[in-house]
Design a protein around this ligand. Structure first.
Ligand SMILES: [Zn+2]
Length: 457
């Protein structure tokens, strides 16, 4: 499979440095709030990436960190008078529930920053020994970017014109403010009860060192793949490279991949513009995790995604089309029927699309070719069903035999019961009204000779 490497700015073959397993690090959430759909665009991209790696016959070891100590988590926890771990737990739990709703596969390891403070201190000590880090007057430790000649290689920064020589104490800053960045931050009044003892006094790690330390702990000094949203590229990933490579002298990561921005109705998502959505907001509006996933993955990861409610409506229709074709195929399957010619073509098209830098829009086109041919031919072939399953290993949006798998919630079961009674009384208006009410809650009712069947939309 080929992927676009942000470091070399070229498409390159992705193959493991060792054995048959891709070692992959993903910058995870800062657990100071519910993640928004822009964040989930990146996590959905990374999910598709790990699925494609497996689809291509390789294994994957993915590490996704949880940033549970940084400027924002400390600020919010202290404002609310909560212990840091107590404050962040709510958002950690919510994050995992959201991943499940979006059918995102679990990473192999989810290390939390607060569980790895000794590893971070050890890495800072190593950078001090190497002479690339220094302690400032206030007890903080900074990375001296002038001492690391490769600094700026990822973000392609022209230092001669930009380097200011200033220090950046905060975790986030832009390219115009390139300077020495904090590895360890001395305790301040506003940190309240948050802090750890270190050789430089009480304090806490900077955000960037967290990822370098945890990545190397679980994946080694050199590994295959590092991903994140495009926002992470600078300064976060640039700093991760500097910290790791200055400490080890080895190349930190072979391939870097970044997911483009998400906009809502053509505008940058912001709370003040009223277009800021968490996953929960959309589910409350009646959309399902499956529909949201469909929209998030069905755009090329390197192009901006313009999120609109009309796209969710289109996703609902597209998924209904896929469901109808797959359901009908399951019902008529005949094991003795041979594979029709169109299966191999659809699978080939699908495979070359996903192997070409995750061209998911093209992969969906191959899926819809298969839907069309399946319906038109009335095939009963198991090979066609297998092809749908194979494609869904990557896409993760198709329900197979969902009638058996899904538990119908009690409120929906009650509505179904009322609807059955209305139908028995030939009260068709009430029956239709209840069907609409059930649909609004995200479930689809169908009537047959045996009665009602209900499936999640
Ligand atoms: Zn990170």
């Amino acid at each position: 499979m080929k992927v676009f490497n942000s470091l070399t700015r070229k498409p390159e073959e992705l193959k493991p440095l060792e054995g048959n397993v891709i070692r992959m690090y993903t910058c995870g959430p800062t657990v100071y709030n519910f993640a928004h759909i822009g964040n989930f665009r990146a996590y959905a991209f990374e999910d598709v990436l790990r699925r494609v790696i497996q689809f291509c016959g390789m294994g994957v070891k993915q590490v996704m960190n949880l940033t549970d100590v940084d400027d924002k988590t400390i600020r919010n926890a202290n404002q609310q008078g909560k212990a840091l771990d107590n404050y962040t737990r709510t958002y950690k739990d919510a994050f995992f529930a959201d991943l499940k709703a979006l059918n995102i596969q679990s990473a192999e390891v989810y290390p939390a920053a607060t569980d790895h403070i000794p590893e971070m201190i050890a890495l800072v000590e190593k950078l001090m020994e190497k002479g690339v880090a220094y302690k400032s007057d206030d007890g903080s430790v900074y990375f001296n970017v002038r001492k690391f000649p490769g600094y700026g290689a990822l973000a392609h920064i022209d230092f001669d014109n930009q380097r200011t020589g200033a220090r950046c104490a905060s975790d986030e800053y832009d390219k115009e403010n390139v300077g020495d960045f904090a590895l360890w931050k001395a305790w301040e009044e506003s940190d309240g009860p948050v802090g750890w003892d270190s050789p430089w006094g009480r304090g806490r790690p900077g955000w960037h060192i967290e990822c370098s330390a945890m990545a190397m702990k679980y994946l080694g000094e050199s590994f295959d793949l590092h991903t994140g949203g495009i926002d992470n590229l600078f300064p976060h990933h640039e700093n991760e490279i500097a910290q790791a490579e200055a400490a080890t002298g080895a190349k930190f990561v072979n391939t870097w991949m970044h997911c483009a921005h998400l906009k809502v109705n053509g505008e940058k998502m912001s709370k003040s513009a009223g277009n800021f959505f968490t996953l929960r907001d959309l589910i409350e509006k009646g959309y399902t995790g499956r529909e949201i996933r469909y929209v998030l993955v069905n755009a090329h990861y390197r192009t901006g995604l313009n999120f609109a409610f009309s796209a969710l409506e289109d996703a609902r229709k597209s998924l209904e089309r896929i469901d109808r074709a797959v359901d009908a195929l399951i019902e008529r399957i005949d094991p003795s029927e041979e594979a029709p010619a169109f299966v191999a073509k659809a699978l080939d098209d699908f495979t070359s699309a996903v192997q070409d830098d995750l061209n998911i829009p093209k992969a969906f086109a191959a899926l819809f070719d298969l839907v069309r041919e399946t319906n038109a031919s009335g095939t009963k072939s198991q090979a066609v069903l297998d092809a749908f399953r194979r494609m869904d290993e990557v896409l993760g949006v198709i329900f197979f035999g969902k009638k058996e798998k899904e538990d119908i919630p009690e409120e929906i079961a009650n509505l179904l019961k009322l609807r059955a009674e209305a139908r028995a009384a030939k009260n068709w208006a009430e029956s239709d009204r209840l069907r609409d009410e059930i649909a609004t809650a995200g479930w689809l009712v169908k009537d047959s000779k045996e009665g009602q069947t209900c499936t999640k939309k």
